[in-house]
Design a protein around this ligand. Structure first.
Ligand SMILES: [Zn+2]
Length: 170
């Protein structure tokens, strides 16, 4: 059965998990969302209604992902939430599901590709880009839709271009 696994960019870009079948994410993604923002409120609401399942990946999958991120050279671009999302998709695949990672983040897509996991950008799910850029904190790796300074650790944020809409690898 096809299940969706959402990363932080999916929530920031406005993906609504309601009515999308089985949707998964990890706890670290919740930590990357700023409390009180639309993305955070949507996350909380879907979790409470039971549409969004928050799971932690196995240690084994985490290790596989850690190794793969070194091979693709994307390690510095990936937050711990990103790596957990990909590791959870690996777990789901091993348990017989057909996970599709929903992400507009090039580093996440690249890692998924490397591990033979399916992924789709938000455009594949009918969601237009709200932002062409995402800002991120180089110190704590949190992602934001906008801002100059990290509200969590105070570091100056950097901008990064998101991937162009790519076709789901199916
Ligand atoms: Zn920070």
């Amino acid at each position: 059965m096809r299940v969706l696994v959402l990363d932080t960019s999916a929530f920031i870009m406005g993906f609504n998990p309601s009515g999308m079948g089985e949707v998964y994410t990890v706890e670290d993604v919740e930590k990357e969302l700023i409390q009180g923002t639309t993305s955070d409120l949507r996350f909380q609401a879907s979790k409470e209604k039971g549409g969004l399942r928050v799971r932690e990946p196995s240690a084994r999958s985490r290790k596989t992902v850690e190794g793969a991120s070194g091979e693709t050279g994307d390690r510095g671009q990936l937050s711990s939430a990103d790596k957990s999302v990909v590791a959870l998709a690996l777990d789901l695949k091993e348990s017989g599901e057909e996970p599709v990672i929903v992400s507009d983040d090039y580093a996440v897509q690249n890692l998924a590709e490397h591990l033979g996991l399916r992924y789709g950008s938000l455009a594949n799910f009918g969601i237009a880009h709200k932002f062409r850029w995402i800002v991120y904190c180089p110190a704590c790796h949190r992602r934001y839709s906008d801002g100059k300074e990290c509200p969590v650790c105070g570091t100056d944020l950097r901008r990064r271009v998101l991937s162009k809409a790519r076709v789901t690898k199916e």
